[in-house]
Ligand binder design. Structure first.
Ligand code: NAP
Length: 620
């Protein structure tokens, strides 16, 4: 239930949101809706910060280009930006406050961050005094490492994380901007190393069986059907013979990416899961899409494997019911064995069974094929057929050999049987080696601490000198403005520790007026609707804490929750005086219109600008 505004005038709410992706926007829209924009109403101001010049985060750079219906939510976010009470500050990288001695009372900008050399680096200690609440919603923008031989940077080429691959096909500056790539590769390269065409690539191996794995597989399978030979000149070629590709050519996929997909010869994709068919992490809707992909067949699963999975779902359901009857579980609980989960899993197995039967009776006709390989956990990526240590590239080589083979440990459930069903698997002691031309590891994303998402702490920071501070706004001029030096981070769970979105310190106490939402608070779970629900809940907590003047359910009163530097609309002084180009919401409108116009000329939804400097040039 939404918190209601009291009739007598509550203090103004000035909220900074760090991260302009779906979570930040959903929270912002919920808060703006809760404060009606009328003269008699409580005042609210929301400032969204993003280290990229563009808003929308994962919707722009994570959602696959052939899912324009999901991307439609961008219109809602742009509608939110039209509200005069919200501002966007793009190209601003928020960093932890430096403990460097040079940082004492300087008001300098950090000139460049590790990843975003054109962005203004703004420390928390410079940002927070201008607000009375802050919400962190910068998501999960790094990959879980695989940590097996052959998977470490520089060891093998044609091995990529799903994050890098998704960034590539979605036109993320981290994959296309020469300046950023130079930073990311320590000056070695200005181009990314994703090349679908070099070396006659036919077979892709995907490690991990979640929705991102399906996105990656689907995009590769949508490449030219049948593939087109290069037509010279390197220009993009689309074909009416390739319905799979058509969906991409009309999307917002960048032209250089489309050009590669047009000529790619991939004809086989295998998705490997370390557990069984009962534990597959993708959702039924996405599986159905894969199974109906034009020109692409599904490699049938052995009937015995499907039977075993059905039995297992039944056993899990029975165990759940037994536990409910014994009072050990609540019948309405979600999770393995619950009614809802059992229904969804049976439907997923039904889809796999149907597709397997159809494919067994079908006589060819598909130029491409994809398959699922359960019970296989990767143990080594190898360069050639030997699989010994020499096959892995010599350390430091500038041109690593291509990955050619993957060694898998075969797995089985820890303890089988109705009495004790474990979803954990263990190695059977056997292994298997498969051939491949490219490997993408799609084993999940993770969030990073604020410090490691682009900060260079040694470069000084900009706390404001006490005498320089603008007048405090709010009912109590003596009250303390919000101050935060560092954002806590749980490096075991890779999230910001929190209770219902309220950030916790090392002792587990709520830090007043500091919040976290979305994947940064939960880990990378669920679909976009789950992020919306999470963000709405956190936004409701922000509103109720603000209205009650309490920071938590424990009822602790805050010292002065209404104070902040400057006026309601005033951003930090560094933002106003920065020599770096800050991208406002009007600038975004210009960029957005430019990209849509470029797209229109090419007969597609949008053509994204791929480098930060080019974005800044367009708005200047
Ligand atoms: P995910 O759903 O967590 O899947 C990760 C997969 O990697 C699982 O199969 C997992 O297996 C496997 N894995 C993890 N560590 C491994 C290891 N060391 N070796 C081998 N396999 C390993 O993550 P995701 O696919 O990155 O998706 C992230 C979130 O975004 C999900 O909530 C997803 O639904 C969402 N998403 C949604 C859409 C959509 O709605 N269309 C699209 C993309 C993403 P175990 O289960 O055995 O750990």
């Amino acid at each position: 239930m939404r918190p209601s505004l009291r009739l007598h005038s509550p203090p103004p709410l000035k909220l900074a949101i760090v991260g302009g992706g779906p979570s930040g926007f959903y929270a912002a829209s919920r808060i703006l809706q809760a404060f009606p924009n009328q003269p008699s109403s409580a005042k609210v101001s929301v400032h969204i910060y993003d280290r990229l010049p563009t808003p929308h985060g994962l919707v722009r750079y994570g959602v696959a280009p052939d899912h324009p219906d999901v991307k439609n939510v961008e219109h809602k976010f742009d509608q939110t930006l039209k509200d005069p009470r919200i501002q966007f500050f793009g190209n601003v990288n928020i960093t932890s406050s430096s403990s460097s001695p040079q940082a004492s009372n300087a008001t300098q900008e950090i000139q460049a961050s590790a990843h975003f050399p054109s962005a203004l680096n703004l420390s928390l200690s410079s940002l927070t005094p201008y607000y009375n609440r802050i919400l962190f919603s910068y998501g999960a923008s790094s990959s879980r490492p695989l940590k097996i031989p052959g998977s470490y940077p520089g060891q093998l080429s044609n091995y990529h994380s799903a994050l890098d691959f998704v960034n590539w096909y979605n036109g993320h500056p981290c994959s296309h901007d020469p300046k950023i790539l130079r930073h990311l590769t320590g000056g070695r390269s200005e181009t990314n190393d994703i090349d679908l065409l070099k070396g006659d690539k036919r077979h892709l191996t995907v490690i991990g069986a979640g929705n991102v794995a399906l996105d990656v597989a689907r995009i590769v399978l949508r490449s030219s059907t049948p593939f087109l030979e290069p037509s010279g000149g390197g220009e993009s070629t689309t074909s009416s013979q390739s319905p799979g590709l058509l969906a991409l050519s009309e999307s917002d996929i960048p032209e250089p990416v489309l050009a590669q997909l047009c000529k790619s010869k991939f004809e086989k994709v295998d998705i490997f899961a370390r557990r069984g068919l009962t534990e597959l992490a993708f959702t039924n809707k996405e599986l159905r899409e894969m199974l109906t992909l034009a020109g692409t067949g599904f490699s049938p699963l052995p009937a015995s494997q499907l039977e075993q999975a059905y039995l297992r779902v039944e056993e899990m359901s029975k165990r759940f019911e037994k536990e409910v009857s014994e009072g050990r579980r609540d019948a309405n609980e979600l999770g393995p064995g619950s009614k809802g989960d059992t229904r969804v899993r049976k439907r997923l197995l039904g889809l796999l069974e149907k597709a397997s039967k159809e494919m067994r009776s079908q006589q060819g006709g598909n130029s491409k094929i994809w398959g699922l390989k359960p019970f296989r956990s990767p143990i080594e990526l190898q360069a050639d057929s030997q699989g010994n240590e020499d096959t892995v590239a010599s350390k430091g080589s500038s041109d690593p050999p291509p990955v050619r083979r993957v060694e898998w440990s075969l797995t089985a459930y820890k303890q089988e049987g109705p009495a004790n069903i474990s979803s954990e698997v263990v190695s059977t002691g056997e292994s298997e080696v498969t051939e491949t031309d490219m490997v993408i590891s799609s084993v999940g994303y993770r969030s990073e601490p604020l410090d490691s998402i682009g900060a260079q702490p040694s470069l000084s920071t900009n706390p404001i000198d006490a005498e320089d501070r603008p007048t405090k706004f709010g009912s109590n001029p003596e009250g303390s403005a919000l101050e935060l030096e560092k954002l806590p981070f749980d490096s075991k769970r890779w999230i910001v520790p929190n209770r219902e979105g309220r950030v916790l310190d090392a002792e587990g106490n709520i830090i007043p007026r500091v919040y976290v939402s979305g994947w940064l608070s939960t880990g990378p779970l669920g679909v976009i609707a789950s992020t919306m629900m999470n963000s709405y809940k956190v936004a409701d907590n922000i509103i109720s804490d603000h209205l009650s003047g309490e920071s938590s359910r424990e009822g602790k009163k805050e010292d002065d929750h209404s104070s902040f530097l400057g006026e309601l609309q005033t951003p930090p002084r560094e933002v106003e005086t920065s020599s770096q180009r800050i991208v406002g919401k009007e600038d975004w409108e210009v960029l957005n219109a430019y990209e849509l116009e470029m797209g229109k000329k090419l007969g597609k939804l949008r053509e994204k600008i791929l480098s930060v400097d080019e974005m800044l040039r367009v708005i200047s």
